[in-house]
Design a protein around this ligand. Structure first.
Ligand code: ADP
Ligand code: MG
Length: 403
């Protein structure tokens, strides 16, 4: 992949696909609740602007619904709020276009001087952006290509999507990878090519069905897999334990048994919780007790790993030289059930080696505990993209940038 340092950008119109998909406060204000992705996108935007490019940023926000641009724009969410935050962080105004390929975008792009930065409205307001129909995406990409001389792919969180602004557009313009994409891919390479050992992977989160693919591929890479969170109960069920009302994907039990057998065959150690925090129901103030993992009461649900498991996971991390963590091991959003996830995060900061946190909720957990981001080797901005990379899939956005 070429980087932006390999291309001449002065005075040229550069289309930058960024990932500015930030969480918004949906309870009223619509304000940005976490601007990590905007900050992670800044370096390449600033670099291009400093070098005198006319920078046109493309990004998506949320999953807007509706038949066409007008319907989707009416339902929101608009990137206008992101344009102001981006401007604050850049220290200069960011021109905002109220459409993507319409008159506002045309006027905005025409008005750019060298060094100026513009953001066009939510690419997903155009249904063609995410269309499965190649020709629909291609038509949108052709119109976007008219705005730029060059393309820079920097939206790591979207590189696993075969979307017009991620895949079709770079095929039409001279292109380079942005600094964020280059940094993220470099870390993923270290996780997949000759990782320092022992290599420990911690997986949690809610759905085991989302993660079976990556687990399958990790069995060929990692030395140990520590499993917690909602997905852990399907593993406990696969051992024949009752899990009460805990999250369970009964239709995945057979596949999980297959994973356990394959791990044994390959000599990969699978570490499951030995004790569980079992609550009466999922609420911040629910009453809870710690029970052995094979004795979860029928009327309770597992919401966190227990203290024995915290110590067990710590012991399994102590000698690690490479760690990848995806998915909270408990319902960390409720302080009463955050101890397991906090313990995992804290243990990671002590590891003498490369530690990588992937996944939006896991990264949010790290920040909610007030741990310094610098105490981790890398906190990825793309959960889905990094999981698909580790799963061994080809990512359309990277394929296009490598072409
Ligand atoms: P990430 O975004 O880091 O990839 P996921 O989206 O896979 O993580 O999962 C995060 C969610 O999993 C969190 O909202 C958390 O509350 C939930 N979770 C973790 N443990 C449990 C559990 N025991 N029961 C229910 N949900 C859980
Ligand atoms: Mg998530």
């Amino acid at each position: 992949m070429r980087s932006v340092d390999d291309i001449e950008v002065t005075g040229r119109r550069v289309l930058v696909r960024s990932d500015l998909n930030v969480p918004l406060d949906m309870s009223g204000s619509g304000a940005i609740t976490d601007d990590l992705r905007i900050r992670a996108s800044l370096p390449v935007i600033r670099k291009l602007s400093d070098r005198g490019a006319r920078v046109i940023v493309l990004a998506h926000l949320g999953r807007p619904k509706g038949a066409d641009f007008a319907e989707r724009a009416a339902g929101g969410p608009s990137l206008a709020v992101v344009a102001s935050r981006l401007g604050e962080l850049l220290g200069k105004p960011v021109a905002f276009a109220a459409d993507l390929v319409g008159p506002s975008a045309e006027a905005t792009v025409d008005g750019l001087e060298a060094g100026d930065v513009a953001l066009l409205e939510n690419v997903r307001f155009e249904p063609a952006e995410t269309s499965k129909d190649d020709s629909e995406r291609s038509r949108l990409a052709a119109r976007l290509a008219g705005f730029g001389d060059l393309y820079v792919g920097d939206g790591f969180g979207a590189v696993h999507r075969k979307h017009a602004s991620v895949y079709d557009l770079p095929l039409r313009l001279p292109h380079a990878a942005g600094d964020l994409v280059i940094a993220e891919v470099a870390v993923l390479r270290r996780l997949t090519e000759n990782p320092a050992r022992p290599y420990v992977v911690i997986l949690g989160g809610s759905k085991v069905s989302d993660k079976l693919g990556v687990i399958g591929n990790l069995l060929g890479l990692a030395d140990r897999l520590l499993i917690g969170g909602g997905m852990g109960y399907t593993f406990l069920a696969a051992l024949g334990y009752g899990v009460g009302h805990s999250l369970l994907e009964a239709d995945q039990i057979e596949s999980v048994r297959g994973v356990l057998a394959e791990a044994e065959r390959r000599g990969v150690e699978i570490v499951l919780p030995t004790d569980i925090v079992a609550a009466t129901h999922l609420a911040a103030d629910a009453q809870s007790v710690v029970v052995p993992a094979d004795a979860i009461p029928a009327d309770r649900e597992g919401v966190d790993i227990g203290p024995d498991t915290r110590a067990l996971f710590a012991a399994k991390l102590i000698d690690a030289r490479t760690v990848f963590w995806n998915g909270p091991v408990g319902v960390f959003e409720f302080p009463a059930f955050a101890a397991g996830t906090r313990a995992v995060a804290e243990e990671l900061t002590k590891v003498d080696g490369l530690t990588v946190v992937g996944g939006g909720d896991s990264a949010a957990a790290v920040r909610s505990f007030g741990l310094a981001e610098g105490a981790f080797g890398h906190i990825s901005t793309g959960g889905g993209a990094s999981l698909e990379y580790l799963e061994g899939k080809t990512l359309p956005g990277l394929v296009a940038l490598e072409s």
